[in-house]
Design a binder for this molecule. Structure first.
Ligand SMILES: Nc1ncnc2c1ncn2[C@@H]1O[C@H](COP(=O)(O)OP(=O)(O)OP(=O)(O)O)[C@@H](O)[C@H]1O
Ligand SMILES: O=C(O)C1=C[C@@H](O)[C@@H](O)[C@H](O)C1
Ligand SMILES: [Mg+2]
Length: 175
């Protein structure tokens, strides 16, 4: 029995949204995606919010969404790749959730994020260098909040969801 919400954290393209949906179905829990909740609330997509309000505006909205999700029902929650940047968010994640850090290699992250252009932070001349830089900055922050770390490089989304569920069932703190 899962008694706390499960938060998926990790870099863009790690598979938080894709694997989160599958994991929720498997655990028979509701699913929420903080990026989607933020877009629905704002009535605008992420690139537009970055354009108009800058990254700082986006981060304020993201923190509000996280606060509300933390006080909601037990569910599987895919977060945005930068959710760990704010100390306040890291505290919320540690307090309210069981946190799964999904990892993938630079090559995989690059390939998985190359299919659409809705990630403003990767809209640069050299997305590979940007991915490396972001992972370097954020890896210690993901680790700081993570209860479980899973590598998604060599598995399909379904295999990854199964692996996460298995790891959760082994983790005493998730019960
Ligand atoms: N394990 C995997 N194997 C192959 N492809 C994957 C895997 N996980 C995700 N993908 C694909 O990679 C793309 C990006 O995945 P997804 O949107 O779930 O990433 P994300 O971690 O939610 O990123 P973001 O932080 O930008 O929201 C999707 O097209 C998805 O189908
Ligand atoms: O890694 C990030 O900072 C981001 C990841 C996406 O999930 C979105 O939250 C947004 O594009 C920013
Ligand atoms: Mg996502």
């Amino acid at each position: 029995m899962i008694s706390r919400s499960i938060f998926l954290v990790g870099p863009m393209g790690a598979g938080k949204s894709t694997i989160g949906k599958l994991l929720a179905a498997q655990l028979q829990l509701p699913f929420a995606d903080s990026d989607k909740v933020l877009e629905e609330r704002t009535g605008a997509d992420i690139p537009w919010i970055f354009d108009v309000e800058g990254e700082a505006g986006f981060r304020r909205r993201e923190s509000e969404v996280l606060r509300d999700l933390c006080h909601g029902p037990t569910q599987v929650i895919a977060t945005g790749g930068g959710i760990v940047l704010m100390e306040e968010n890291r505290q919320l994640l540690r307090t309210y959730g069981l946190v799964v850090y999904l990892q993938a290699s630079t090559e995989q992250l690059l390939e998985r994020t190359s299919k659409n252009a809705n990630r403003p932070l990767l809209n640069v001349a050299d997305p590979r260098a940007r991915i490396i830089e972001l992972v370097q900055q954020r890896d210690p922050l993901y680790r700081e909040v993570a209860d479980i770390i899973c590598d998604t490089d060599h598995c399909t989304p379904k295999q990854a969801a199964l692996m996460v569920a298995e790891r959760l069932s082994q983790d005493a703190t998730s019960q």
